[in-house]
Each structure stands twice: as structure tokens, then as C-alpha cells.
Design a protein around this ligand. Structure first.
Ligand code: HEM
Length: 196
């Protein structure tokens, strides 16, 4: 039997269920799963994802360093840039004034939950991309998915970093990460639309 989900993870999942639903229904992401996806639409979705992912991954990695935590973090930003490069495009980072402010360890725990959780949908998306756009489509970003055991280990790590009294601060960090991710995705995606 798999180990039970740690209490912090249950709290974060319950608190952000709606935010996740709204994000995975975002047109930039929903169309990655559509049977009629074109290479141009895929490229535009990757361009829109870049600043959202860049801001979150950069903040998490810098905070791990600043707070002196010895956490291993798989980085996916270079993969996203490589995929875009293979499609003939150059990514643009997020506006500096919309980046994440420094926070506490609990804030980082919430942000890290969102960043690492975002790998969980990768396998489904990568499989779909291969089917709709062919096996040669560059999709290194979505291919670094997460095995169930790896996710449980990560959740246990977050639990150990976050004392009971700090769980609400971690929840606030996760909410903030979903909101900022959504903000960056919306902003860049609207600019990329033909009428935008
Ligand atoms: C089309 C896009 C997406 C799809 C299809 C998708 C799909 C999924 C799926 C299937 C799971 C559950 C996996 C499991 O329980 O084993 C999951 C979990 C999760 N996803 Fe997404 N996702 C998408 C986008 C995102 C994005 C953009 C983020 C954050 C920036 C995100 C954050 C999370 C988090 C934090 C979890 C963990 C939830 C939990 O605690 O159980 N997802 N996603």
C-alpha cells in the first residue's frame, strides 16, 4: 500500500483545487490536448508558458539558495527554451516588476508544491503532443515528468520543512504561485493572439 498523503499536501491540494482547475482549462493549455492542435498553436502556447514558468522556477531556485536549503531541484526552463529554439522562436522572460518577492521557508514550500506539481500533467501532455504533432515534435519541457514515488518523496520533504503552525503560510505561498502563474500566462497569451 502506498504511504498516506502527508497532511500539508492534503491541505495544499484542497486549497488550490479550483486554482488548478482554472489553470488547466486555460486556452493556452487546453489546446495542447486538442486533436486539432497545430504546430503554430503549440509554439504560441510554449511562448506564453515561458514567462510564467521562468518566474516561478527562478524564484524557487533563488530562494532555496538564499535560505540555505539543500534541496535538489530539476530545472526545466532550459528545456522550454530549447523546445522554442527548435521551433525557430526566442523566448522572452517576464517583466521584472511581476517577479516573486523573497519570502519565508513556508512561502517557498507553497511555491515549490506548485512548481513540482506542474510536472504531474507532463506525461499526458507529452503523449498527446506526440500523437497530434508527430514523434519528432520538440517536447523536452513536458517530457521531464514525475513518477508517483518521486512526488510522494517531494511531498514528504515539504512536510518536513513546514511546521504545523506554518501550514497556512505555505497555503498562501501556493495560492500566490498559482495566481502569478496565471497572470503571466494570461498576459503573454493575450499579446500572442491575432487580435491581441
Ligand atoms: C493542461 C495542463 C495541465 C494538466 C493536463 C494537468 C494535469 C494534472 C494531473 C493529471 C494531476 C494529478 C496527477 C496525479 O494525481 O497523479 C495534476 C496535479 C497537479 N498539477 Fe497539474 N496539470 C496541468 C497544468 C498545471 C499547471 C500549469 C500547474 C502549476 C503551475 C499545475 C500544478 C499542479 C499541482 C500543484 C498538482 C498537484 C495536485 C495534488 O496535490 O494532487 N498543473 N495536474
Amino acid at each position: 500500500m502506498p504511504p498516506p498523503t502527508p497532511p500539508l499536501a492534503r491541505q495544499l491540494r484542497d486549497a488550490t483545487r479550483e486554482a488548478h482547475r482554472a489553470l488547466d482549462h486555460h486556452p493556452a493549455l487546453q489546446r495542447l490536448l486538442a486533436a486539432r492542435l497545430t504546430r503554430e498553436d503549440y509554439a504560441a502556447s510554449l511562448l506564453a508558458l515561458y514567462p510564467a514558468h521562468a518566474a516561478l522556477e527562478t524564484a524557487v531556485c533563488e530562494e532555496i539558495e538564499r535560505l540555505g536549503l539543500g534541496l535538489e531541484m530539476p530545472r526545466r526552463l532550459a528545456r522550454l527554451a530549447d523546445d522554442l529554439g527548435s521551433l525557430g522562436l526566442t523566448p522572452q522572460a517576464a517583466a521584472v516588476n511581476a517577479l516573486y518577492p523573497p519570502g519565508s521557508v513556508a512561502t517557498l514550500v507553497g511555491r515549490l508544491y506548485v512548481l513540482e506539481g506542474s510536472r504531474l500533467g507532463g506525461r499526458v501532455i507529452a503523449e498527446r503532443l506526440r500523437r497530434t504533432l508527430g514523434p519528432e515534435v520538440p517536447h523536452a519541457f513536458f517530457s521531464l515528468d514525475m513518477a508517483p514515488g518521486e512526488w510522494l518523496r517531494r511531498l514528504a520533504e515539504l512536510e518536513a520543512l513546514c511546521p504545523h503552525d506554518d501550514r497556512d503560510a505555505a497555503e498562501a505561498g501556493a495560492h500566490e504561485a498559482f495566481a502569478r502563474f496565471r497572470y503571466h500566462l494570461d498576459t503573454r497569451f493575450q499579446l500572442l493572439q491575432p487580435h491581441g
